[in-house]
Write a protein that binds this ligand. Structure first.
Ligand code: C2E
Ligand code: MG
Ligand code: MG
Ligand code: MG
Length: 288
């Protein structure tokens, strides 16, 4: 490769930069075979109700068990999969696995022992949003697993929906009408027009981790408190549920509960893990 790029002369590149390029390129080309060979797996992180502490559901987070590099997080390969389009079949696989897992949980616990049924959150990348098969695939996956649409929440980042036109929103509207929840992920980082929220078929705001981080101290920065308070008030006035991500301490959880946030997710409750771990958590919750 160095030869074709530099004519007849070989040059020693910065070995670290070179390794990064090779890894990126290598990872990208290895993605399709990895999907076929079953090298991806999903970890689940519980979503906890801030009022009663009960598990309400879980977010599915994909990982890649690479034969040479070990476990890779989604930040390492999702952008590559988005670039090549592999995110569409990969995303479909994640959705199918997650919905089947939800089916297992629901068979085991019925409605999860909590007022709301045990639900599954799945991340959607912008490429999946524009893919024409999204609604059809989702309906098919739910039907095949025998899971009701209201057990599923699709997470879309705020930035993916900034300036979204009606064509982009149409499939999300269809899904929302069927009963699938749509969550706005990483909310508060995208500088979106708050009035725009009314136009979007979303029912959940996931407040970005940066807000949670500023709640590290108790009491937190008064300006951040005001901002979160304002977002929660606006969300609730629009009938939206507020979830917070990245809760690492009890002080953060308490502060966010006082500010009116509804559900939370983070290491304080549990790290993402295998599905059996949620069995244990839900079981504790159901018998508490
Ligand atoms: P996200 O959807 O915002 O997911 C939350 C991220 O925060 C996850 O990182 C999770 O492991 C991490 N996290 C959870 N609790 C805590 C905490 O208390 N402290 C800290 N520091 N981090 C916490 P992860 O698993 O590395 O995923 C990163 C991103 O990759 C996700 O952000 C999501 O945007 C994307 N992603 C993950 N799975 C999928 C997928 O199946 N499809 C698509 N399109 N994107 C995915
Ligand atoms: Mg998410
Ligand atoms: Mg998020
Ligand atoms: Mg995030």
């Amino acid at each position: 490769r160095a030869k074709s790029a530099g004519g007849n002369r070989y040059e020693l590149a910065d070995p670290e930069a070179d390794a990064r390029v090779i890894t990126r390129h290598g990872l990208t080309t290895a993605l399709p075979a990895a999907l076929e060979r079953g090298e991806f797996f999903i970890e689940y992180q519980p979503l906890v109700h801030l009022g009663d502490g009960g598990v309400r559901g879980a977010e599915a987070l994909v990982r890649w068990l690479h034969p040479q590099h070990g476990v890779l997080g989604p930040d390492r390969f999702i952008p590559l999969a988005e670039h090549t389009g592999l995110i569409v079949p990969l995303g479909r696989w994640v959705l199918e696995q997650s919905v089947r897992q939800a089916r297992t949980w629901r068979e085991r616990y019925g409605t999860g022992g909590a007022p709301a049924p045990l639900r599954i959150n799945v991340n959607l990348s912008p490429c999946q949003l524009t893919h024409p098969g999204l609604v059809r695939d989702t309906v098919e996956i739910l039907e095949r697993a025998g899971v009701e649409p209201d057990a599923l929440c699709l997470e879309v980042t705020e930035s993916a929906l900034i300036g979204a036109d009606d064509d982009l929103l149409k499939p999300l509207r269809r899904l929302a009408e069927m009963g699938v929840d749509i969550a706005l992920d990483d909310f508060g980082t995208g500088y979106s027009n708050l009035a725009n929220l009314r136009r979007l078929p979303v029912s959940i705001l996931k407040l970005d981790r940066s807000f949670t981080q500023s709640m590290q101290r108790f009491p937190a920065d008064p300006v951040d408190l005001k901002i979160v308070e304002g977002i929660v008030a606006l969300a609730h006035s629009l009938d939206l549920t507020v979830t917070v991500e990245g809760v690492e301490t009890g002080a953060q959880a308490e502060q966010l509960r006082v500010l009116g946030c509804d559900t939370a997710q983070g290491w304080y409750y549990a790290r993402p893990g295998p599905p059996e771990r949620l069995h244990d958590l839900a079981l504790v919750d159901a018998t508490a």
